[in-house]
Design a protein around this ligand. Structure first.
Ligand code: ADP
Length: 290
């Protein structure tokens, strides 16, 4: 099964064009949707999750018309929204049980087995009796995956799931997603390049509602080979370099800016040729280069 999104557009009533003719083919496995804040990711995710309408375009999940057959999509969808902000004082176990009931698992024995399987899968079994309100950020996100997996979805949407997690929690969350992603279409929407690099074999870059790239992360990185140069400069020189070169990023390294410059011509020896990274791809694309 794949998710086929064609020519999807959406302009909000304030005039913001959040989606501008978006066409994507999303196969099974982990798919990264990478874009800065405000790029249109949540609008796209919410539209596919049947929570809001597009102005035009179409989307199909296998043989389901996503924009018309809302119940059909909802039966196959697991969704972890960006602001999954409800952490009540009830236990993880009771909450999952309640959600499974809402999903139509009426038999209590079956529900118990399902809830235990979910808790084990996301490594929260030993915390099952604790109140959700007491969970750490990483535990909350893992619980979010458990609730999203309850209907055994064929499409799982996770919107900005790693923001706010510490490195250990982020790794645990990556491992969980990688495991889940084997048999399901998983769309991981994120502004964090590392999320995509670690997890996704296919990706798209979205910027101002438009798709700037769709394909493998490696292919995009290879295409930049020979065009990225780096140099450590003094802080005061940054403006001058930005005026003379196509500076795509600058990072502080040991207190000094390390700039990455895009150039199709070789640069002189003050610059070192750099191996392109996915971050370079991202900044080059949203800067209108390559
Ligand atoms: P992302 O998820 O990539 O941060 P969003 O889809 O949330 O992007 O937003 C895309 C653009 O649409 C932004 O400019 C945002 O301010 C605007 N936007 C989002 N939701 C609404 C809304 N309900 N009404 C008006 N503008 C909105």
């Amino acid at each position: 099964m794949e998710l086929l999104i064609q020519n999807l557009s959406k302009t909000y009533s304030n005039g913001v064009k959040a989606l501008d003719d978006v066409t994507l083919t999303i196969p099974q496995g982990m798919y990264g949707l990478l874009g800065q804040n405000g790029a249109g990711k949540s609008t796209l995710m919410r539209t596919i999750a049947t929570l809001q309408e597009a102005d035009s375009g179409s989307a199909r999940l296998g043989d389901i018309d996503v924009l018309r057959d809302l119940d059909g999509v909802r039966r196959r969808l697991g969704y972890l929204p960006q602001d999954f902000g409800v952490y009540p004082r009830i236990s993880a176990q009771d909450m999952l049980d309640h959600l499974a009931l809402l999903k139509g698992v009426a038999n209590s024995g079956e529900r118990k087995r399902l809830v235990e399987a979910m808790l084990n899968k996301v490594n929260l079994f030993e915390h099952r009796k604790k109140a959700l309100a007491s969970f750490s950020g990483g535990m909350r996100q893992r619980f979010g995956i458990a609730q999203a997996l309850i209907g055994n979805p064929s499409l799982l949407i996770v919107d900005e799931p790693t923001a706010g997690l510490d490195p250990g929690e982020r790794n645990r969350f990556y491992n969980l997603l990688a495991e889940v992603g084997e048999n399901v279409i998983v769309i991981l929407s994120t502004h964090i390049v590392e999320d995509v690099l670690e997890l996704c074999s296919k990706m798209a870059i979205i910027h101002k509602g438009r798709v700037l790239y769709e394909g493998g992360p490696d292919t995009a990185v290879d295409a930049l080979e020979g065009r990225i140069y780096s140099r450590k400069i003094a802080k005061a020189e940054l403006t001058q370099y930005e005026a003379s070169y196509r500076v795509i990023s600058n990072k502080m390294v040991a207190g000094r800016p390390l700039i990455h410059v895009y150039s199709e011509e070789p640069l002189d020896a003050e610059f070192a040729p750099a191996r392109p990274s996915l971050e370079d791809v991202f900044f080059a694309k949203i800067g209108g280069l390559n």
